[in-house]
Design a protein around this ligand. Structure first.
Ligand SMILES: NC(=O)c1ccc[n+]([C@@H]2O[C@H](COP(=O)([O-])OP(=O)(O)OC[C@H]3O[C@@H](n4cnc5c(N)ncnc54)[C@H](OP(=O)(O)O)[C@@H]3O)[C@@H](O)[C@H]2O)c1
Length: 317
């Protein structure tokens, strides 16, 4: 099939594009050409690269037609962040694609209620990003179920992979957290350390896209959590990371209002975003309908990423 990936040189695309080429597909990547994938792979030689600034072309009204003109069987949209953007693309592609995969986020849930959350729970999104993603999800499900637009939605958790810093046991991306745990130094966590994170290896998201293509009739008109088999508490995560380095985690705890003043405003904001959501999502639906089976647990994914960072001199322990 001819498959167009919008935004295919980032975290997910680094793993997805080689998988699509290996599957024998003709692949087109659409991006601004500002960055290269995180890892080189010979598959990229076979990829048609289309340079496009989505935001600029959407403002001019030409982006959707530009994608439609590529005459793809499948469009995988990895970088849609607003309802307007989704509507613009759907209107241009209606009637011309067999399958449309949208990359959402488990943030569509907002705060957790029943856990592990399944896809059918009422949405409580907060923050512009989550609110827009939830609106896109509702729109695409309606388009698929009422008007036959062939959309399937994948909702990843915190994406992890070789080449970038994963969300750490304090719920932000400060390297200091891994460093303290590795050195056996005291680490302070917010509240009781019982709020949760739910990671996913980027390659498991890539595999889920192929699961959708292989199980098209079950996937169209559906939304799927694409996360590791189990979420982690901050505390459990910290203890496991310390153990990788032969340490016992030395943890202290502070209520949020005090804890936030112990880190930079940027790290506090990131931690708040993660613990206020405290995602814990079920993958039962994805397993049942599209045969999704993640290769990595949260800890395996993060460990691989941390080892890569240490090996490449990007995380000094
Ligand atoms: N990060 C997470 O932990 C997380 C968690 C849940 C869900 N998600 C979802 O995952 C998706 C992002 O995937 P990712 O992490 O693989 O993306 P990413 O690493 O941020 O990569 C973004 C890709 O889009 C391209 N791009 C960015 N701006 C563009 C523009 N204006 N026009 C055209 N191309 C553009 C980039 O290439 P150029 O820069 O060269 O254009 C690159 O190929 C989003 O839908 C997000 O909501 C992310």
């Amino acid at each position: 099939m001819k498959i167009v990936v919008i935004g295919g040189t980032g975290h997910i695309g680094t793993y997805l594009i080689p998988r699509l080429i290996a599957g024998g597909h003709e692949v087109v990547n659409v991006s601004r050409g500002a960055r290269a994938p995180y890892q080189t792979h010979p598959a990229w030689k076979s990829v048609q690269m289309v340079i496009s600034d989505r935001r600029g072309e959407e403002e001019g009204g030409s982006f959707g037609q530009r994608i439609a003109d590529l005459k793809a069987d499948v469009v995988i949209d990895l970088i849609c962040f607003t309802l307007d953007s989704a509507q613009h693309l759907v209107e241009a592609l209606r009637g011309s694609v067999q399958t449309f995969i949208h990359c959402g986020t488990i943030w569509v849930h907002g705060h957790s209620t029943v856990v592990p959350a399944d896809e059918s729970l009422p949405r409580n999104p907060f923050g512009e990003y989550g609110v827009q993603k939830a609106a896109i999800e509702a729109y695409l499900l309606d388009e698929a179920r009422r008007k036959g637009f062939p959309a399937a939605i994948l909702h990843p958790g915190h994406i992890v992979g070789e080449g970038w810093m994963p969300v750490n046991p304090a719920g932000n991306r400060s390297p200091e957290v891994f460093q303290k745990l590795a050195r056996g130094e005291t680490l302070c966590l917010p509240n009781l350390g019982l709020e949760t994170l739910h990671h996913i290896h980027a390659d498991d998201i890539a595999a889920a896209c192929l699961n959708v293509l292989a199980n098209r009739s079950a996937a169209i008109g559906e939304n799927f959590h694409i996360v590791s088999p189990a979420a982690l508490t901050l505390r459990g995560f910290a203890e496991a990371v310390a153990g990788w380095f032969g340490q016992n985690a030395r943890l202290t705890f502070l209520p949020w209002e005090m804890w936030r003043d112990t880190v930079t405003p940027e790290d506090a904001e990131a931690t708040w975003d993660h613990i206020a959501h405290s995602p814990n999502a079920s993958i039962a639906k994805a397993r049942r309908l599209i045969g999704y089976e993640p290769r990595y647990t949260s800890l395996q994914a993060v460990q691989q990423s941390v080892e890569w960072l240490i090996r490449n001199g990007e995380l000094e322990i």
